[in-house]
Design a protein around this ligand. Structure first.
Ligand SMILES: Nc1ncnc2c1ncn2[C@@H]1O[C@H](COP(=O)(O)OP(=O)(O)O)[C@@H](O)[C@H]1O
Ligand SMILES: [Mg+2]
Length: 261
């Protein structure tokens, strides 16, 4: 299909500070991107633009062929799947898990008055099963572990069959087993030819699933490097991004990084 996201010189200014500084970035349909950068680099802000929840102060953002500022964002948002801690915090803990997923089709949080079709519930249950949490469909969200909640959120983000999937630190707060299991699931999703173009935000190279194809390195709102992961995710580039000497190693299609002494 071609270009899914096209940012040209996107700058976001708040209180005189540039949260993003002339970001130019292009995401194609078949791409699976990792966005890496330290805390405060602007990663979440970048996803706010990519999910049509924030407008550039200057520059142009074109999402799924629609340019922000010239499109009704309420029509655009259902075409984009987004997971983030901020969204998770707004999910009522007493909400049934399958309702958390189904309610995404109405772009509302919390089951309130809408009547959902049986087909929607079937789709929600299929997605929950695909994410490995099918047996929890009838439980309430609050009774799930942190890792299970992350999976439910991803199922929810996929409910509207989005053309672009954005995940903001989905592995944050998971223990080692939970992380490894989520990385495997994300890898399966990304490897599926029917999966949407995907952007995964993290600050740990250990969380990069093997099938991800591209990386964007962000520091202080500026793009330090962007391109195919094998040639872009180098020790010098990662060191510059995080501001300390780092050694990055790829082994068995997974990545590790540590301080280089
Ligand atoms: N509304 C705002 N006004 C001023 N500064 C903000 C605002 N929102 C975020 N920031 C700042 O912008 C920077 C980038 O934030 P963010 O995109 O959340 O970074 P990341 O997700 O990479 O940790 C941070 O320093 C943050 O404090
Ligand atoms: Mg963030």
């Amino acid at each position: 299909m071609g270009s899914v996201l096209e940012l040209t010189d996107v700058t976001i200014t708040r209180n005189g500070t540039k949260l993003l500084d002339a970001v130019t970035w292009s995401v194609e349909d078949a791409h699976r991107w990792v966005v890496l950068g330290p805390n405060g680099a602007g990663k979440t802000t970048l996803l706010q633009i990519a999910s049509a929840r924030m407008h550039p102060t200057s520059g142009t953002a074109t999402i799924l062929g629609e340019t922000l500022g010239q499109v009704d964002v309420f029509e655009l948002r259902p075409r984009i799947g987004l997971t983030s801690a901020a969204i998770a915090d707004r999910i009522p803990r007493h909400e049934r898990v399958d309702d958390v997923v189904v309610s995404a089709s109405y772009a509302v949080l919390g089951r309130w008055r809408e009547a959902y079709d049986e087909v929607d519930h079937e789709r929600a249950r299929r997605l929950l099963a695909w994410l490995g949490v099918g047996e929890y469909a009838d439980r309430t969200f609050g009774t799930l572990s942190e890792g299970e909640r992350k999976r439910v959120q991803i199922a929810r983000a996929l409910m509207t069959d989005p053309e672009l999937l954005l995940m903001d630190e989905p592995a944050a707060g998971l223990d080692l087993g939970g992380r490894e299991s989520l990385v495997r699931t994300l890898d399966e999703i990304a490897a599926d030819e029917w999966a949407p173009a995907t952007v995964l935000v993290t600050h740990h190279v250990e969380e990069i699933p093997p099938s991800f194809t591209h990386v964007l390195l962000l520091r202080g709102g500026s793009v330090m490097a962007a391109g195919p992961i094998g040639e872009t995710l180098t020790s010098p580039a990662l060191s510059e991004t995080f501001g300390l000497p780092l050694k990055v190693v790829r082994s068995d299609d997974r990545w590790t990084a540590r301080a280089d002494r």
